[in-house]
Design a protein around this ligand. Structure first.
Ligand code: AMP
Ligand code: GLY
Length: 420
């Protein structure tokens, strides 16, 4: 099969790495990719949000399967365009990806099927939102309805912070994403990410992971796309996973089917767990980044079989074999991320790590510059390892970091702390 993966992050490098191990994959391309992906796949210059352009390239190059990594192409309807040209595509439709692209839509789906989530209200009007927060208890969570590259959520500990967030959102700071604002109750507890594959009818759990959203050690500093992850995560016990599937995921997917928008692809449920009860924080309609890296490290070649089972609506017969192991990924980011950072710094020492099924450096924002590899983004490398215990995986990952010579980079020293 000729497989095309869309995206350029650590998530897409790990997908490329896993898919490549499966003998069904005979040709592998990635658009646009990065310096790490370029070592194992052909990197193609394509505007991945332009469905027509991607479709034409696929038809010309006999692509058998497209795997869409990030959320933007979904919101642009790229999967609909590919599927209508009979190109097998692992991704939900534009309509179904509203579960990520509209927070209010997800809240309404939860309301319709009584899935547990935070109480909320929504506003199209700044003044009404301001009146609402005057009567609210704090902390409170203010969210831009639409896609805001992971930045449209403000946890306001007091009135002034909420007021500022509302003013920014209605003031166009997040573009159209902030034209509608959801204000919701702050949920306490521990967060975990649960992934399921859905083929429109059936679903199978694809495992759990825990992300580290804050930039600095001890969960301090600004929110980021994620500074590290590990899988499995002890907070997501079998019991809690079962509850999340039966009380949240299955009812929401049934509601989607009822509305004529069946969900196909991977669904990522961000959960808040307290007193053994999960509540939904949000859905994402794609793999998490960096959560995908630890799932791929644990699954390897199986990932492609499961992706194909999803696309071919065979999940009722699908099985996942999990090894009794633990994976961890540590993100190395450019100093200043997520606020303000420079691009173009040189990274050395990557060649000294022997990569195998138990340790890989997945690239995110990297590119080739002459003979050098340089940083081209905020999150840059994902040091990913697997071992029989989380502690062993963690020690090995931090050992590998010592061999990376990149003074403009930083990372958290405590990835995995909750489980350890
Ligand atoms: P979201 O983009 O909706 O996942 O929000 C980003 C982060 O904000 C989540 O991962 C949580 O850490 C936090 N968050 C969002 N909504 C809530 C809530 N209702 N209560 C507590 N924390 C929240
Ligand atoms: N790591 C969080 C996300 O991918 O949304």
């Amino acid at each position: 099969m000729h497989i095309l993966i869309l995206g350029s992050g650590g998530r897409e490098h790990s997908l490329t790495w896993a898919v490549k191990q499966n003998p069904k994959c005979t040709k592998l391309s990635c658009a646009p990719g990065n310096a790490g992906i370029a070592k194992i796949a052909a990197c193609i210059e394509l505007n991945i949000n332009d469905g027509q352009q991607v479709k034409e390239w696929c038809l010309k190059n006999n692509v058998d399967l497209v795997i869409i990594g990030p959320e933007e192409p979904l919101a642009y309807g790229v999967s609909d365009i590919l599927k209508s040209a009979n190109i097998t595509t692992f991704a939900p439709s534009k309509a179904a990806s509203k579960l990520e692209s509209s927070k209010l839509f997800t809240k309404e789906i939860c309301d319709s099927c009584q899935a547990p989530t935070a109480k909320y209200d929504y506003f199209n009007d700044q003044e009404k939102a301001m009146e609402f927060i005057k009567k609210s208890k704090f902390p409170i969570v203010v969210k831009a309805d639409g896609l805001a590259a992971g930045k449209g959520v403000v946890i306001a500990s007091e009135y002034l912070e909420a007021e500022e967030a509302i003013t920014e959102m209605f003031g166009g700071y997040y573009g159209q994403a902030g034209a509608q604002v959801v204000i919701e109750e702050f949920m306490e507890g521990e967060e975990a990410s649960l992934f399921v594959l859905c083929d429109g009818e059936n679903l199978i759990s694809f495992g759990g992971a825990q992300d580290h959203k804050r930039a600095y050690d001890g969960d301090n500093g600004p929110n980021t796309g994620g500074m590290g992850a590990y899988s499995p995560t002890p907070v997501l016990t079998k019991e809690i996973e079962k509850k999340a599937i039966s009380k949240i995921i299955k009812p929401c997917l049934a509601e989607m089917r009822k509305r004529g928008i069946p969900y196909e692809g991977v669904l990522y449920a961000g959960l808040m767990i307290k007193d053994e009860e999960p509540k939904l924080v949000e859905f994402n309609t794609r793999f998490g980044d960096p959560e995908c890296q630890v799932l791929m490290m644990r699954l390897g070649a199986q990932a492609l079989d499961l992706i194909l089972a999803t696309c071919e609506k065979r999940l009722d017969n699908a099985k996942i074999t999990w090894a009794d192991d633990h994976a961890i990924t540590i993100v190395m980011a450019t100093q200043g991320y997520p606020i303000k950072y420079d691009k173009g710094s040189k990274i050395s020492g990557l060649g000294t790590t022997i990569e195998n099924s138990k340790q890989v450096i997945f690239h995110a924002g990297t590119k080739n510059h002459g003979k050098d590899i340089v940083a081209s983004g905020g999150r840059v490398l994902n040091i990913t390892t697997r071992a029989s215990t989380l502690k062993e995986a963690q020690l090995r990952a931090y050992k590998i970091i010592e061999s990376v010579d990149w003074k403009e980079g930083f990372y958290r020293n405590d990835i995995g702390w909750r489980a350890l």
